[in-house]
Design a protein. Structure first.
Length: 248
């Protein structure tokens, strides 16, 4: 069942989103060759604690970290490790912030040092695809309008759209209805209503869209070993248009 939020509840989620965005801005300063995923994870844990918040995904279904750190061919849910990031890597840091019981969710892909033109294009098009989806997140549209806009843009640029992982509703719980795929026909799916809050989080690959999950039960990576990127915002549907709660 979709949960419609009041304006005051959306404002509480917006406060969580502002904190999450501030954390990403700090991460952007830290990402460089030699830094590890565990370094970033410890920073996020400390940053959120100092601001009266908690990392919602830590402990979720046994997940042990404050962040996901997905490097190169890892699509999502990668474990932070002590392996240093290397020049040319791309890494996605994903986190869910709980501030006073209300949540915000945002992933961002980062360039480590100097990346290849191919990797640079992947990150640029994935971020742009996110905003193509957000443009369709208006009252009266359907979820499929978001999905279709992302897929058309990504595939026109020669990239593939991951099918196995989708966006979702969010509020006081991490995952609510509806699901928000990043592919599919326009005009389909639930109609968007004022007060809905969803995540839009396209994951695009240079190669094929198929994914596989490692033995840890979490880390999802491309089957063909190609690079993958993800950008995600939490969006409120308002009468004035889409409100990005995690805007950086």
């Amino acid at each position: 069942m979709m949960v419609i939020k009041t304006k005051s509840e959306i404002e509480l989620m917006h406060e969580a989103g502002k904190l999450l965005a501030a954390c990403h801005r700090e991460i952007a300063k830290l990402i460089k060759p030699g830094v590890t995923g565990l370094d970033i994870d410890r920073f996020v844990d400390k940053f959120l604690s100092e601001h009266g918040a908690t990392p919602e995904q830590k402990g979720y279904n046994g997940y042990p970290f404050a962040t996901c750190s997905s490097v190169n061919d890892v699509i999502c849910h990668g474990f932070p490790t002590d392996k240093p990031y290397e020049d040319g890597d791309i890494v996605t840091i994903d986190m869910v912030v709980n501030l006073n019981g209300w949540l915000a969710d945002s992933a961002w892909s980062y360039r480590v040092g100097s990346v290849s033109p191919e990797a640079d294009k992947l990150l640029r098009i994935t971020e742009e695809a996110l905003y193509k989806g957000i443009e369709q997140a208006v009252e009266g549209n359907r979820i499929g309008d978001i999905s279709h806009a992302i897929q058309v843009y990504a595939e026109a640029e020669g990239l593939s759209v991951v099918r196995d992982f989708v966006g979702h509703g969010i509020g006081s719980k991490m995952h609510e209805e509806p699901q928000v795929p990043h592919y599919g026909p326009a005009g389909k799916g639930p109609r968007l209503k004022e007060g809905m809050v969803i995540t839009i989080e396209p994951m695009l690959n240079i190669g094929g869209f198929k994914a596989k999950v490692d033995a840890d039960g979490w880390t999802a990576r491309t089957v063909d070993g190609s690079l993958s990127a993800q950008y995600e915002h939490t969006i409120a549907i308002t009468a004035e248009g889409p409100l990005i709660l995690t805007k950086q």
